[in-house]
Write a protein that binds this ligand. Sequence first.
Ligand code: NAD
Length: 315
Amino acid sequence: MVTVEDLNNILIIGAGTMGHSIAQVYAQSGFKVILVDTNLEILSHALKLIESNLKVLAEFGKVNVNDIPSILSRIYTTTDFKRAAEGKTFVLEAVSEMPEIKKHIFNQLVEICPHDAVLASNTSTLDIFKLLKDIKNPKRLITHHWFAPPHIIPLVEVAPSKKTSKEVINFSIELLQKIGKKPVLIKKFSPSYIVNKIQNAISGAMYELLVKKIASAEEIDFAIKTTLGIRLPIVGIVQSQDFTGLDLIYDIQKSMGGILPLIKEKVEKNHLGAKTGKGFYDYGDLSEDEILKKRDRMYLQQLAFLEKLNNFDPV
Ligand SMILES: NC(=O)c1ccc[n+]([C@@H]2O[C@H](COP(=O)([O-])OP(=O)(O)OC[C@H]3O[C@@H](n4cnc5c(N)ncnc54)[C@H](O)[C@@H]3O)[C@@H](O)[C@H]2O)c1
């Protein structure tokens, strides 16, 4: 199997919202990228978007403006999928979220690419492994789930199937780290991974509030930006529970009719979060006072930044 060190050509199929920007990220890291789509208009639009993305990154010092022509010169576009796939040892599929199209593409890739090529899908919602259950050599199949816009958002969720080989998983993590991304390996494949699962729960609650006319769009966004918007970048969702106090979470779950064994166990051990130095996280030797001060200094920096940015006004 190809190593990350030896890899220099990447094939990306689909030049839409995700594909064009993922191609850009690989090209920024020095890879030669072949970008495939179904017609030349889409491909030339993709190149224009990439150039424009690079200019914005240059405004923020993330790219040297003098490097833009060479980054663009590393991206080759074509509609000739079969020819582009020949000899490719790493392929990322980012085509429309239609099972039949994806199935067709992977079934061709396994025939055209070398037998040990790594084949990754960027699908958000499909169980690609179930869809391709009869594929030859399933150990080389994996998902690399990027977030829009890929040239800005650091996370990529990497989800293997039970059949994906360790080498393919390690290759994926190493490759994504090499291009400056922050891969997270998902322990058990689930079509919405981590982020979309939580995002879907948030959207579900938001639509309920809107439909029942409990709050307006502006009120919901203002409420979220002035609370979770400040806290989440600092403590995430799980650690946030440590600051709420797991004893309170226990009481809330009790009154709602179901205490999770996970919470019961922690409360019985007096692992209540920041107040006892242990909860979901272990705060080591830090006292409650020190933990809270550490958190509050970060909250205050975040608050000052957001107030300066746009004072929570809509974009
Ligand atoms: N948009 C997002 O925020 C987002 C985030 C993460 C993952 N994804 C996933 O990424 C994939 C692509 O999503 P998108 O938003 O970029 O879609 P998009 O519609 O913007 O782009 C899809 C591209 O695939 C092309 N395409 C369709 N069939 C093709 C074929 N046979 N060969 C080559 N190209 C073909 C289309 O012409 C189009 O340009 C989907 O699986 C989606 O679930 C999207």
